[in-house]
Design a protein around this ligand. Structure first.
Ligand code: HEM
Length: 181
């Protein structure tokens, strides 16, 4: 996985739990990278999963909640490094619809080794947006957090339902985005 994800994760832990907590987690996990991450490199996905596990143990919070909160934090970091043409999108729905066909396509062009999740969409009549998430990484709770981060950026109040999940053996996650205002 791209280093940006790891640097954001270490920043969040250090900001909220302190440097000593981050060092403790590294001692416990002993990642091959030694926990020294840079944005341009790629690192083994398992390092992130192990660090999330260590954080869940340390805080006593469920890993799903931590991953969601991380996704929300990550959004602003990713948004800062977005392809310039996407900056022109001025509303949440169009932004979410652009992830799969524009934003992640550009990421893949810049980093050909990147593995990116897929999103398929259903725009419903009643205004909800349905996003089907697929990825070998099953980071659907990060996707929820990223969507919440995007909603905050576009000043929209949303609710996310997650009635079908890869973690329950489905072949993709169904995320229903309800726009509340
Ligand atoms: C609401 C908006 C977004 C959603 C829901 C989303 C979703 C995700 C998810 C869930 C992942 C984790 C990997 C996986 O699931 O397999 C990911 C990875 C990534 N996304 Fe997005 N994303 C969003 C916006 C962005 C933006 C604005 C950028 C900026 C360019 C971006 C760039 C990336 C990069 C660099 C990765 C790591 C790819 C790798 O592993 O090498 N995403 N995205």
């Amino acid at each position: 996985m791209q280093g940006t994800i790891f640097t954001a994760f270490s920043e969040l832990v250090i900001e909220q739990q302190g440097m000593a907590a981050w060092d403790d987690m590294l001692d416990k996990v002993q990642p091959a990278s030694d926990g020294i991450y840079t944005n341009a490199q790629q690192y083994d996905d398992n390092e992130l999963f192990a660090l999330v596990g260590a954080l869940a143990e340390k805080t006593g919070l469920p890993a799903t909640d931590l991953v969601r909160a991380f996704g929300q934090y990550l959004f602003d970091k990713l948004y800062e490094n977005m392809p310039p043409n996407v900056g022109k999108i001025d509303n949440l729905r169009d932004f979410l619809l652009a992830i799969d066909s524009v934003i992640h396509v550009e990421v893949k062009r810049l980093h050909p080794n990147a593995y990116l999740p897929t999103f398929e969409y259903d725009d419903t009549d009643d205004g909800d947006l349905i996003m089907y998430y697929g990825s070998k990484r099953k980071l659907c709770h990060a996707a929820e957090g990223l969507i919440l981060g995007a909603a905050a950026r576009f000043n929209r109040n949303i609710n996310i339902l997650h009635p079908e999940c890869l973690h329950d053996g489905k072949d993709r996650c169904k995320l229903i985005i309800q726009f509340k205002d």
